[in-house]
Design a protein. Structure first.
Length: 408
């Protein structure tokens, strides 16, 4: 049986960053294993129609975490990136307005502005109504009926689940209250008020897809990265993994960045296995369209329930000298493409796209992480922690974990 000090499952942003930071700190006894032939995980890029396409959807390097940017620029230099001010929009009422919705209602015709303003004024969070428990009722309480009915509920229904009340509301607490006064002022002055969304400024490579950054990170530690090796079983009690080809590896510590339900777990209680089974996720297809979208936006949110996709990524507006766009569509909605003119377009299905924040998820994942950590197995990143983290967040968490492991 092979033995290693640190065994990292998954060669996406969190796994590769952890490995590289361990190497930076002088630790060489580690191994990163990745089931695909190319590293990058959800940030992997392919060449489609002569230019990069990010097979995991829209991923960009946010400027808000300087330490992460500095780390990435060691491998893909800053001069190899373009910087952008975010232009994201919402397709609604036959037009596009800028995101976030409540800050840009002023871009709608006045008859719509009046309805939205009145609705926000009467939203429960602005009238002192008791905060509800169910997801759909919480959205109405937070944003008002008009935003809920025309944007938030149909969009979330397309992106996450048709049964929205299976979702919790704990993950929505970070949303700021929609201020009637700020919204009214924005309509009067025709400019945005309120908090900027994430990725307000971001980087994207000039000559490559986003996945190039992770290829280069992996190339900087080739001896410690193995691709094309899939995990079949993890024995938590003995910290041994078994791969699909029968290869067995034992580690002092295992760090998993891959989904807990993507392998067989042994050496644990039935309660642990049941908690893993309770974790839910969505599968999302990325489909390329070889014509330019009629928008200058980088991406567009699409709540219209008549259209199968929930978001458009406009490649031609952030990837130099490219054309076309891609759409993101939840798996069960992709049947709509079978007999359409889009049927022959390039498509890639991400079986693991978004962790779902179901009502009982916090308790389930907390139990899993605590129990596993007590056995020397650590969950990290979007899938190891089952949190909807962006790439810059998981990289920052991986850097912090590397420091903790070395200091331990």
């Amino acid at each position: 049986m092979e033995k290693v000090k640190y065994l990292i499952l998954g060669g996406g942003p969190s796994g590769l960053t952890l490995g590289r930071k361990l190497l930076d700190l002088g630790e060489r006894d580690f191994l990163v294993i990745e089931k695909e032939d190319t590293v990058g995980g959800l940030c992997r890029s392919e060449t489609v129609d002569g230019k990069p396409l990010d097979i995991g959807g829209g991923h960009f390097l946010d400027v808000r975490r300087p330490a992460v940017c500095e780390f990435v620029f060691r491998f893909l230099e800053e001069k190899e990136w373009n910087s952008f001010d975010r232009d994201s929009r919402i397709s609604i009422h036959g037009m596009e307005i800028n995101h976030p919705f409540e800050a840009n209602i002023w871009q709608l015709p006045e008859e719509y502005q009046d309805k939205y303003l009145e609705s926000i004024k009467n939203a429960g969070c602005n009238t002192g109504a008791e905060k509800p428990v169910l997801f759909t009722e919480w959205i109405r309480w937070k944003l008002g009926d008009e935003i809920a009915d025309n944007y938030m509920l149909p969009y979330n229904g397309k992106m996450f689940s048709d049964t929205l009340d299976e979702l919790g509301t704990y993950w929505l607490e970070k949303l700021p209250n929609v201020s009637y006064e700020d919204t009214l002022r924005s309509c009067q002055e025709h400019r945005m008020f309120g908090t900027q969304p994430g990725h307000a400024q971001f980087y994207y490579p000039k000559e490559y897809g986003y996945g190039e950054a992770f290829i280069r990170i992996a190339d900087s530690m080739k001896e410690n990265v193995v691709t094309g090796l899939s995990v079949a079983e993890v024995d938590l009690e003995n910290r041994v993994i078994t791969c699909d080809d029968g290869r067995k590896i034992q580690a002092d510590k295992i760090i998993t960045t891959i989904p807990w339900d993507s392998f067989e777990v042994v050496g644990v209680s039935d309660e642990f296995k049941n908690a893993v089974s309770a974790l839910k996720h969505s599968a999302v297809e990325i489909r390329y369209v070889d014509e330019d979208p009629q928008t200058p936006a980088h991406w567009v949110y699409v709540p219209d329930e008549k259209k199968p996709y929930h978001r458009i990524l406009c490649r031609c507006n952030f990837c130099p000298d490219s054309k076309g766009y891609w759409v993101e569509t939840v798996k069960k909605r992709t049947a709509a493409y079978a007999d359409s003119e889009w049927a022959g377009n390039y498509a890639y299905m991400n079986e693991y796209a978004y962790p779902l924040n179901t009502i009982d998820k916090p308790q389930k994942i907390s139990f899993i992480l605590e129990e596993a950590k007590s056995k020397g197995v650590i969950g990290l990143g979007r899938w190891g922690e089952h949190e909807h983290y962006n790439s810059d967040v998981v990289m920052e968490r991986a850097m912090k974990l590397a420091d903790e492991l070395i200091r331990a």
